[in-house]
Design a protein around this ligand. Structure first.
Ligand code: AMP
Length: 440
């Protein structure tokens, strides 16, 4: 019988990694509380039409990535209901806002969530089929100030504070405005017209998008298509005066608050509901999947779902990617702090002559390695093995054991602390072995 494994694209989270997840979640809750956000928990599955109507039929998420099934009817006369595991959480939050008539409070609703999302994407590092998001939404009636550019700036300031509190260094905030729904529609037409002549020279996906959803062409990552995309009209030139003014107020507030950003005219984001401000925070350490988080305004979403007018802005942070970023940073810091090797001479502490001889041999080995350019800490032959290991673990990437046997045979025992394995290495190869990075 074959052994059962976690399904492709899903994974178990185990200690000690879960400690890092807990720390991130606790930090997020603390920072969100400072900005007066409260937690919302929505169901993990919803009626399929919720996502079709919000995220958009033509998006990759809805057209090919959702986990959808027909739920059996309770009575013969009833039709089965189409249900979907949530691929994102904004739609669920806005559904709850409408269902619980939160708009009638007249107050701005500031809500955050932490939970798993599901998309049938091709799994790779930083991209999973069950992944976690930490997100927040500010939504409310216009009379509560929900349309104000100040809200956009406050949300972005909160994200910068969260990443700083987590100790994430080297992030970049990319910022753009996709204008009002009318601007978007007009720009879509302009783009469609511009693409008509160049699309045949582009990738198959772009050829399809040029017809179905031209905005998505701007997201294309195929290198050969980039020079063509650079020549396409920019949305910034197609914003109406009110959207232009709104965006100028967002950037002015960010400048005043000292939040740094990069204007990125190609940032339109993949979901249909975005209007005006859109943004993404990227991190260089993540490789191909470099978006740590994304978000934007969705001023017409509530109405599209049959609710009252309720402009809003929100974001979703990829928790899996936040963990990867912090792990990489910690490894770099930890490895950078440590010396290459700890040489541990081993002798019977009661035999003074042997102890002195072994310590001298240890010093000779350390000298040899240091001359080869390695950073080395030298232990003492009187230490017990356990004590040597503890001292070495704190200061070095690897420990080299030098006892009678090793001295005679010229074969040293080396343990690598970062991967936990122990190997035998001939003395002539020792310096090269210790200079190399850890590998399984
Ligand atoms: P989106 O809802 O597509 O705007 O994504 C928001 C954030 O969620 C992204 O910036 C990623 O950090 C994260 N994310 C989206 N899809 C995945 C995935 N399949 N696996 C891991 N993280 C993801």
């Amino acid at each position: 019988m074959s052994t059962l494994k976690a399904v492709r694209g899903t994974r178990d989270l185990l200690p000690p990694e879960t400690a890092l997840w807990n720390r991130i979640e606790a930090t997020a809750r603390r920072v969100f509380a400072r900005y007066n956000f409260g937690e919302i928990r929505t169901p993990i599955f919803e009626d399929t039409s919720l996502f079709a109507r919000s995220v958009g039929e033509e998006t990759d998420i809805v057209s090919k990535e959702m986990y959808t099934w027909e739920d059996r009817a309770r009575a013969q006369s009833e039709k089965p209901q189409s249900l979907t595991l949530r691929p994102e959480n904004t739609a669920g939050v806005v559904r709850a806002y409408i269902e619980h008539k939160l708009g009638e409070t007249g107050q701005l609703q500031k809500l955050y969530y932490i939970g798993p999302q599901f998309r049938r994407e091709r799994p790779q590092k930083g991209r999973y089929r069950q992944f976690w998001q930490i997100g927040a939404e500010v939504i409310g009636p216009p009379s509560a100030g929900s349309e104000s550019p100040l809200r956009d700036a406050e949300v972005l300031d909160m994200l910068a504070a969260l990443l700083d509190d987590l100790g994430i260094t080297g992030w970049t905030l990319h910022l753009n405005s996709v204008g009002s729904a009318a601007d978007r529609a007009r720009y879509n037409d302009v783009l469609r017209a511009a693409l008509a002549s160049v699309a045949p020279k582009m990738c198959a996906d772009c050829q399809r998008r040029a017809v179905t959803n031209p905005l998505r062409v701007l997201d294309c990552k195929v290198p050969e298509d980039q020079p063509i995309i650079e020549t396409l009209p920019r949305i910034a030139d197609h914003l109406d005066p009110a959207s232009k003014e709104h965006f100028a107020a967002v950037t002015a507030a960010l400048d005043a608050a000292g939040v740094t950003y990069t204007l990125n005219p190609r940032l339109v984001r993949g979901l249909d509901y975005y209007t005006r401000t859109t943004f993404e925070f990227t991190h260089g350490g993540l490789g191909a999947q470099n978006a740590l988080l994304g978000g934007g305004r969705y001023d017409g979403l509530s109405e599209a779902l049959g609710g009252p007018r309720a402009p809003g802005i929100g974001f979703a942070i990829g928790l899996d990617r936040l963990v990867l970023t912090l792990q990489a940073q910690q490894e770099q810091a930890a490895v950078a702090d440590k010396v290459d090797a700890y040489v541990a001479p081993m002798a019977d502490a009661k035999d003074a002559a042997k102890l002195a001889a072994m310590n001298a041999a240890g010093l000779a080995l350390a000298r040899e390695l240091r001359r080869a350019g390695l950073s080395v800490e030298l232990g003492d032959g009187s230490f017990r093995l356990k004590k040597s290991f503890e001292a070495a673990d704190k200061t070095a990437r690897r420990i080299v054991i030098l006892g009678e046997d090793e001295l005679q045979s010229g074969i040293l025992t080396v343990k690598d602390f970062s991967i936990g394995n122990q190997t035998k290495v001939p003395r002539a190869e020792l310096a090269a072995h210790l200079a190399a990075p850890s590998h399984q």
